[in-house]
Write a protein that binds this ligand. Structure first.
Ligand SMILES: [Zn+2]
Length: 308
């Protein structure tokens, strides 16, 4: 239908075409044109998120956490509760693992997640042992940190469909693999979650170059997710700053732990936009950001706001 045809049609009073006052969009029937409401992918409408993940609970975590706290980066630390020392005081610098008594304070502001009690190849165990390795690690870590532990990274990065089926019964929200994907969030299967890259990747290029290219493109969106082991920095600590500091301090990036991504995504999915788009209800416990005809607004937890 050409523009002229449409204008001719508008001559019929019942089917009148008017100019929507608010958005300037052509609309039929004399009703005001509803605004377009988008639920932004990340809080505050930030276009990118950066998260990290480190395994095994080793003493090198201390140095990485200290640097991240200074730079404003967030990490998820996947711990084997069976590997932690139990002396009641900080582990000596000669120790491989940290002491259980350090966990709450060391990782404050970051996330502690499951890595199983004893670091087995889960796919080699029967279902009961898989459940035991995960649940006992959860309980032990929860005793230390004082909040529900819901994330996980697979020991050795290995799993199969049977392992996933067991985890599904244990309250595990996501399980990180060592596989990579350019678009890693939200994952199709949260219990087989892929990352952007290992911290020392060289293909297609090292992390700093990869991030610089992504960030330089103003249309880039999504998650940049780097994982590794902090002990890999042994004898090459200068790389910590080279790799991670460039990711920090950007106003249009959300720095979050792994579980914060999933909690925000769940809250986003629960947001209720009225059919007439005049109100939005947030039934979740965290603020969710919406874009109302180009303007960002936060919908507070448990509240209904008016968009008009
Ligand atoms: Zn491990």
């Amino acid at each position: 239908m050409s523009r002229n045809d449409r204008e001719n049609t508008s001559a019929r009073p019942k089917d009148k075409v008017i100019l929507g006052k608010r958005t300037g969009i052509w609309n039929r029937g004399g009703m005001p044109t509803p605004v377009r409401i988008e639920v932004t992918q990340f809080p505050g409408g930030k276009r990118l998120a950066v998260t990290t993940s480190f395994d095994d609970g080793v003493i090198h975590d201390r140095r990485v956490v200290r640097a991240f706290n200074e730079w404003g980066l967030k990490g998820t630390f996947n711990l084997n509760s069976g590997g932690l020392l139990r002396t009641g005081k900080p582990a000596p610098d000669t120790s491989r693992h940290i002491d259980a008594s350090e966990v709450a304070e060391l990782y404050r502001g970051h996330e502690v997640a499951v890595h199983t009690v004893s670091h087995p190849w889960l796919e080699k165990l029967d279902n009961a042992q898989i459940a035991d390795e995960v649940l006992r690690d959860r309980c032990a870590l929860e005793d230390l940190v004082g909040y529900p532990v819901r994330g996980m990274a697979y020991p050795f990065g290995t799993y199969n469909d049977r392992v996933i089926a067991v985890l599904r019964q244990l309250g595990i929200v996501y399980a990180r693999t060592v596989e990579n994907h350019w678009n890693c969030f939200p994952p199709r299967e949260p219990l087989a979650w892929q990352t952007t890259a290992h911290q020392f990747t060289t293909t297609p290029e090292p992390v700093p170059q990869r991030f610089a290219e992504l960030y330089a493109n103003p249309r880039s969106t999504g998650l940049f997710f780097i994982w590794g082991h902090t002990y890999e920095f042994e004898n090459r600590w200068e790389d910590l700053e080279k790799i991670f500091k460039p990711l920090a301090g950007k106003p249009d990036i959300w720095y979050c732990t792994n579980i914060e991504l999933f909690d925000y995504e769940a809250a986003r999915q629960r947001l209720v936009v009225a059919a007439n788009r005049a109100t939005v209800f947030n039934p979740s416990a965290i603020p969710v950001t919406i874009n109302v005809a180009g303007k960002l607004r936060d919908v507070p937890p448990g509240k209904t706001i008016s968009t008009v």
